[in-house]
Structure formats: C-alpha cells, structure tokens
Write a protein that binds this ligand. Structure first.
Ligand code: ZN
Length: 417
C-alpha cells in the first residue's frame, strides 16, 4: 500500500510525499503518480502529526462533569466514585470518542494512563491512532492491593503482543501519594527488565510537595531519586512545583517532562517552570491531561496555552517562542516516547497531517508555525495519516456518528448506575 501526497506545502514549498507501508519513502518536487493512492494536497500544508504526551483518554465520559473544583475535592468527590463504577465497555467507548477527537484535531499519538487497559487498547486498535497505553497502578499503601496491581500489570504485559504494533504497554503508577514505596521499586525494576516506559504524575500541586516533605523529609523528585526510580525511561506529567535542585536532578537522570497547562490552570494547580526546565536540558512534551480537567483534547489549543502561560509567568514575551512550542508537541513528543516520528523526513514513520491553508485562522499565512501555535485550533486539520494509513480525509472519519451516539448512551447509563 502506497500513498502519494501531491503538491502540499512543506516548509513553504510545493512538495510531494510518498508513503510506502508505514514509512515516509520519498520527499521530492514531483513524484510519478503511477500505482499510488493519490491525495491532492493543493492549498494544504504538510505537518507532522501532533503527540499528546499525557492524557487519560476515556475521561471524555466526564466532560463537563465536575468543573470549577479543587484537585483533591474533584478527585475524591467526583471522579474516583464514578471511576469505581467504570466497566471495560465504558472505557472502550470513552476512548473511541477521545481518538475521534484527537484525530479530528491532528493528534496521531498519545501517552495514556487509565483503568481497563483492554478497553483502551481495543478502541485505539480500531481507530488507527498510535498510543502508549499505561495500566494505571494505585495501591493506596495496602499490601493486598499492591499484590493485585502487580499481577494486573504482569497480565497486561503478557498479552502486549496480541494487539496492534501501534499500541505499546507502559507502567503507570498514578502518583507518590497513591502508590507505596515498595510498589514504586517493583515498577522500576519491572520497567528496566522489560525495557518499558514509566508514566506518572509528579509535583502537580503545592500540597503534594508539602505532604512529601512531611512524610519523607524531602521533596518529590528527591524522594523518587532516593528510591532509585529516576531514569531516561521515566515520563513525568505536570512537574509544576520543582525547585532548582530538583530540575538539576531530573536533568542528570534524563527524565522526560510533559506539561499540561489547561488542566493546571483550570484546577489552579500552578504554573510549569518551562524556561527553567528547558535550561536544565530536559526534554519537554505537551499533554492535554484528561478531558475531565481540560475539557478537550485539542493540542493546537494546548500549544497556545503553554506559550502564553510561560510568557505570563515570567512576564517575558520572548519566553517559550512558537517554534520551540511546536517542537515540544512533535519532535520532543516522539523523543519522549522513543518513536521515529515527529517530523516530515524520509525514513520516518508516516504520521502526518494536512492543514487547510484556506482556513481564516491560517490566513494570510506569514508564518505557518506561528499560526499553528497562536491562531489555529484543531479544526484546521483536513487529513490525518497514522502509521501509513489514512484515518481522516476532508474531515470525515468512518463511524463518527455511531461513536457519538454510543458515548451519550454509555455516559447516561454510567451516571445513573
Ligand atoms: Zn493526568
């Protein structure tokens, strides 16, 4: 199967891109059309698919449920009670909606953490998107629960090859305030033995840091260092309340960081120190977090929030420029997940999007990257290709109506249980 994208704008020049299998085979001015499925990209620009570095896909089911609340109040009184009732079918449909939304807004890969791994994996498999699916691990410091969670992780790991190659299993301890030391040590050893990523939340709130100091006499990053938990296979979300020493430690261990400004602003958790973390030579990606706290999965919007949030935090308009922010959502995202994508180059995975240059928000078109970060939202995306497969063209995705109808039904049923 080969797809030839004809006459799309790549770095400002009309270009053809040939996709063979799941790779970008050739990029040239005029490639012979014979034998290929042709996509006419006139009036469109070719960009790498965006990479959502941290989310909880099935939380689309909680869109608009429990807004304007403090994080722990929101988790304890709204989210965790409903999550306890979730079935695999609920998660499957919630993830279908998330994939639909992500594809429609130009995301080709996401890094997930949630319950009912099989439900998420099945939805991702069907939707054609790429995902790192973490089996969330919470033991609440209970040894029986820890044992149960370890067995669950092992069981998911054992069947990881039964799903599409686009889906990778990760270990996903929720946070230091929900997972015991012993479990964190077990997770680290398991991840290192099997060459897996670990995906967790760190220093999302000032309270988390205060509690950590009370219990362990050190800050969260120092605590994780003491446990031997840090390393290049660790991806931490939020990382808001870091001091200079913690940033230095994260850099030393080559830990990857994902910022989620919408959720942080909405829950008033704090502001990510983008400039300091970047100066610490740490790879920064961008995530939406779950829809329950965002309330959408549009990475175009999220890029703008990262840039504007940092300018506001530092009172420095030159901070977090558009080109760097775009890299965070593409090249850095790929680097964090160890993927051969994130840019439009020969030999890279064919995870690409076409954006409509006739859209008002991309006009007159002085600078595409600036427009993508500051002006556009996901509705400028016309075509999405992931792993060499066409997932959306002219904004049409097969089965869209059925997904939305079923999600409404499933959500109604869940909230009346
Ligand atoms: Zn999260």
């Amino acid at each position: 199967m080969s797809i030839l994208i004809k006459n799309g704008q790549l770095n400002g020049t009309a270009t053809d891109v040939l996709i063979n299998g799941n790779l970008i085979a050739e990029i040239a001015a005029d490639i012979d059309s014979a034998g290929h499925t042709i996509i006419d990209a006139s009036g469109k620009a070719i960009l790498p698919g965006l990479i959502n570095g941290h989310t909880h896909a099935a939380m689309t089911l909680f869109r608009g449920y429990g807004d304007d609340m403090e994080l722990y109040d929101w988790l304890n009184n709204k989210i965790w009670p409903v999550e306890a009732k979730l079935t695999e079918t609920d998660v499957y449909w919630g993830t279908k909606l998330a994939c639909l939304e992500m594809i429609k807004s130009g995301t080709t890969c996401f890094n997930d953490m949630y319950w009912h791994w099989d439900g998420t994996a099945k939805a991702v498999d069907e939707m054609g998107i790429r995902a790192f699916v973490g089996g969330v691990f919470i033991d609440l410091f209970d040894t029986d629960k820890a044992q149960e969670q370890q067995e669950m992780s092992e069981a998911i790991f054992a069947k990881r090859d039964t799903v599409s190659n686009r889906i990778k299993f990760t270990l996903a301890p929720h946070a230091i305030y929900t997972v015991s030391e012993d479990s964190l040590r077990w997770i680290k050893a398991f991840a290192d033995t099997h060459d897996l990523l670990i995906h967790t939340h760190v220093s999302e709130t000032a309270k988390e840091v205060e509690d950590c100091i009370d219990q362990h006499s050190v800050r969260p990053v120092e605590y994780l260092e003491k446990l031997g938990f840090l390393g290049p296979n660790l991806v931490i979300a939020h990382a808001i309340w870091l001091n200079a020493k913690e940033i230095e430690i994260l850099g030393e261990y080559n830990v990857k960081v994902v910022t989620n400004p919408c959720a942080n602003m909405k829950l008033a958790s704090g502001a990510f120190p983008f400039t300091e973390v970047q100066n610490g030579n740490i790879t920064i990606g961008i995530g939406t977090d779950g829809v329950g706290s965002n309330n959408n999965l549009d990475l175009f919007e999220e890029m703008k929030f990262v840039a504007l949030g940092e300018k506001l935090r530092t009172l420095e308009p030159t901070a977090a420029p558009a080109t760097e922010i775009f890299e965070c959502a593409t090249r850095n995202g790929a680097q964090i997940l160890g993927l051969n994508c994130g840019s439009v180059e020969e030999g890279k995975l064919a995870d690409l999007i076409l954006v409509d240059l006739t859209d008002p928000t991309l006009s007159p078109g002085h600078n595409l990257i600036s427009d993508a970060v500051y002006s556009a939202n996901g509705s400028v995306v016309d075509t999405v290709i992931c792993d060499g497969e066409l997932l959306m063209q002219n904004r049409n995705i097969d089965g869209e109506e059925e997904i939305i109808e079923n999600v409404k039904k499933v959500a109604r049923d869940l909230f009346s249980r």
